[in-house]
Design a binder for this molecule. Structure first.
Ligand code: HEC
Ligand code: HEC
Ligand code: HEC
Ligand code: HEC
Ligand code: HEC
Length: 413
C-alpha cells in the first residue's frame, strides 16, 4: 500500500510470456480430510509470488476462451464484469501507483505489482512500457491484450492459473462440457484468507509503533465476526454480498454509513461551560474503522445560534495518523470492530438559544494527499513524465472527500 514497504523477494523474477504450466496447480483443493489445511495449501499455490505465466492455451480453446481480457470474461459473465468495472480493484493501476513506478527499479516495482497487477503477463507488459531490462520480446501472445497491465486486479488475477478457471463451489447445476474446459472448485474462494494475500502484511512486514502497516485480516480475526456461528461474517459476505463483485469500502458513502452508529449529547459543566460528547461505535466494519493509515474521518463540532450565527468549536480525527516519511506514529484513534470511542469538545455558550451540530467528513486518501503534495513541491526532481500523473493522483484523492453524516443536539439533550 505504501511506497517504502519491503517484502523480501530473494529470487530474481524471470519474465516470460510462456512458461511451463505448473502441475501443482492442477491438484484439487478441498478434497482432504482437513479442509483448513487444504485451504492453506491451495492459497499458497494460488498466490505463489511471483505468479508463473499461464503458458500455452489448450488447443481446444477458442480465442475468446483463452483471452485474459476482463472484457472477454464479461461476454459470458456480464454481471461480474459490470460490477467489477466500478470497483477500485479494476483501478488498481491508477495514477497514484503509476507515477511512483517511474521512480523505481524493476525489483522494487514488482513488489508493488504483486498486489496491484499480479499476473506475469501484466508485469511483462509493464516492464516493456517502463523500459525495465528484464522483459520478454514483444509482441505478446494473442491471449494477452495490450492494455492488460493497466487493468489492475483483473478477473484472471483471482480466477485463472495455467489457463484453468478456479472458482467457489457452484450454487446451481453446471452443464457438462461448458466453456474454458469447465472449472476447478476451491472452497478457499469463500474464505477470508483469500483476501489476506493482499490485505494483510506477513508478521515480519513493516511496522510503525509495533503495529503492522497493513493488518486487516488479523483485525478481522480478533473480532466477533470471525467466530463460527450465526454472527459470522467473512470479508466476502460483507464486501461481496450474494457473491456480487462490488468490494465497496471507505470510498463509498453508503457502505461507510453502515460502519458506524453515532450519538451526540451536551453536558453542562457550570459557569456557561459545556461539553459536547460524540460517541462513535464501529457497529458494521469487520476490522478497525478505518482499517489502514490512509483514510481519515474528520469530526467537526459547530455551535449554531438561533439568529443564524455559527461558530466552529473544534475538530477531531478518527484514523491512524503517520508522518509522510512513514516512520512515526502521530496518533491512533481507529475504532476496533464492535468498540466505541468518545470524542469530547468543551466550549462556552450563553444560556439557551443554540444547538450543537456535528459534521463527519471522510477523506478516503488523506495520507496520500500529504505525500502527493510534498512530492509536488519537489516536482523538479521527478522524471518529467511522472509529474502529470502525480497531479492527476492528487486531484483524484482530493475529489474523493465526502460528508458522511451530520447530527444535532440542543443543551440538556
Ligand atoms: C500486500 C499488498 C500490497 C502491496 C505489496 C502494495 N500495495 Fe498499494 N494498496 C494495497 C491495498 C490493499 C490498497 C487499498 C487500501 C488503501 O488505500 O490503503 C492499496 C492502495 C494503494 C494506493 C492508493 C490507491 C491509488 O491507486 O491511488 C497507492 C498509491 C498504492 N497502493 C501504492 C503502492 C506502491 C507504490 C506499492 C509498492 C511500493 C504498493 N502500493 C504495494 C495493497 C498493496
Ligand atoms: C464463452 C463464455 C465464457 C467465457 C468467455 C468465460 N466464461 Fe467462465 N464460465 C462460463 C460458463 C458457462 C461457466 C459455468 C458456470 C455457469 O454456468 O455460470 C463458467 C464458469 C466460470 C467460473 C466458475 C463459477 C463458479 O460457480 O465457481 C469462473 C470463476 C469463471 N467462469 C471465470 C471466468 C473468467 C475469469 C473468464 C475470463 C478470463 C471467463 N470465465 C470466461 C462461460 C464463460
Ligand atoms: C479480488 C479477486 C477477484 C476478482 C478480481 C474477480 N473475482 Fe470473481 N470471485 C472472487 C471470489 C472471492 C468469489 C467467491 C465469492 C463468495 O463465495 O462469496 C468469486 C466468484 C465468482 C464467480 C461465481 C459467481 C457465483 O455467483 O457463483 C464468477 C463467475 C466470477 N467470480 C467471475 C469473475 C469475473 C468474470 C471477474 C472479472 C470481471 C471476476 N470474477 C473478478 C474473487 C474475484
Ligand atoms: C491481488 C491482491 C488483492 C486481492 C487478492 C484482494 N484485493 Fe482488495 N484491493 C487490492 C488493492 C491493490 C486495492 C486498492 C486498489 C486501488 O485503490 O488502487 C484493493 C481495494 C479493496 C477495497 C476498496 C477499499 C477502499 O478504499 O474503498 C476493498 C473493499 C477490498 N479491496 C476488498 C477485498 C476483498 C473482500 C478481497 C477478497 C475477496 C480482496 N479485496 C482481495 C488488492 C487485492
Ligand atoms: C461486518 C462486515 C465487514 C467485514 C467482515 C469486513 N469488512 Fe471491510 N469494511 C466494512 C465496512 C462497513 C467498511 C467501510 C468502513 C471502513 O472503512 O471501515 C469496510 C472497509 C474496508 C476497506 C477500506 C479501507 C479502510 O481503510 O477501511 C478494506 C480494504 C476492507 N474493508 C477490506 C476487508 C477485508 C480484507 C476483510 C476480511 C479480512 C473485511 N474487509 C471484512 C465491512 C466489513
Amino acid at each position: 500500500m505504501e511506497s517504502g514497504i519491503l517484502i523480501l523477494n530473494t529470487l530474481a523474477e524471470p519474465l516470460r510470456w510462456l512458461g511451463a504450466c505448473a502441475l501443482a496447480l492442477m491438484l484439487l483443493a478441498g478434497c482432504g480430510d482437513k479442509p483448513d489445511a487444504a485451504v492453506e495449501a491451495f492459497l499458497e499455490r494460488h498466490w505463489a509470488d511471483p505468479l508463473p505465466p499461464q503458458g500455452t492455451p489448450p488447443a481446444a480453446f477458442s480465442p475468446l476462451e483463452a483471452s485474459l481480457n476482463p472484457e472477454a470474461c464479461g461476454q459470458c459473465h456480464a454481471d461480474q464484469y459490470a460490477a467489477w468495472r466500478t470497483t477500485l480493484h479494476s483501478k488498481a493501476m491508477g495514477p497514484g501507483l503509476r507515477w511512483q513506478l517511474m521512480l523505481m527499479n524493476q525489483d522494487q516495482g514488482n513488489r508493488c505489482l504483486r498486489c496491484h497487477a499480479p499476473l506475469a503477463e501484466q508485469k511483462a507488459l509493464l516492464a516493456l512500457e517502463l523500459g525495465w531490462p528484464n522483459a520478454p520480446k514483444p509482441p505478446p501472445p494473442d491471449f494477452v491484450p495490450a492494455d492488460l497491465g493497466h487493468g489492475g486486479l483483473v478477473c484472471a488475477a483471482c480466477h485463472v492459473r495455467g489457463h484453468q478457471r478456479f472458482g467457489p463451489p457452484p450454487r446451481g447445476e453446471v452443464a457438462e462440457g461448458g466453456p474454458h474446459g469447465g472449472f476447478t472448485v476451491a472452497k478457499a474462494f469463500e474464505d477470508s484468507r483469500f483476501c489476506a494475500h493482499c490485505h494483510q502484511f506477513p508478521d515480519d512486514g513493516p511496522r510503525i509503533a509495533g503495529k503492522l502497516q497493513e493488518d486487516t485480516y488479523q483485525q478481522w480475526l480478533a473480532s466477533d465476526y470471525a467466530r463460527e456461528g450465526s454472527g459470522k461474517q467473512t470479508c466476502q459476505s460483507c464486501h461481496m454480498p450474494d457473491r456480487k463483485h462490488l468490494w465497496r469500502g471507505i470510498h463509498d458513502p453508503e457502505m461507510t454509513r453502515r460502519a458506524v452508529d453515532v450519538t451526540l449529547s451536551i453536558e453542562p459543566a457550570g459557569d456557561g461551560r459545556y461539553e459536547a460528547l460524540a460517541r462513535v461505535k464501529n457497529s458494521g466494519a469487520g476490522h478497525h474503522f478505518p482499517t489502514y493509515m490512509v483514510p481519515k474521518v474528520e469530526l467537526v463540532f459547530y455551535r449554531r445560534d438561533a439568529d443564524g450565527g455559527s461558530q466552529e468549536l473544534g475538530r477531531h480525527i478518527i484514523g491512524w495518523q503517520i508522518d509522510t516519511q512513514i516512520t512515526r506514529e502521530i496518533a491512533d484513534t481507529r475504532i476496533p470492530a464492535g468498540e466505541t470511542r468518545e470524542f469530547r469538545q468543551p466550549f462556552v455558550a450563553p444560556d439557551g438559544g443554540w444547538r450543537v451540530e456535528l459534521v463527519m467528513r471522510v477523506l478516503p486518501g488523506e495520507h496520500y494527499e500529504r505525500i502527493y503534495r510534498d512530492s509536488l513541491s519537489r516536482a523538479g526532481q521527478l522524471p518529467p513524465a511522472a509529474v502529470p500523473l502525480l497531479r492527476k493522483a492528487l486531484d483524484e484523492v482530493e475529489s474523493a472527500h465526502y460528508e458522511l453524516l451530520r447530527i444535532e443536539a440542543a443543551a440538556g439533550s
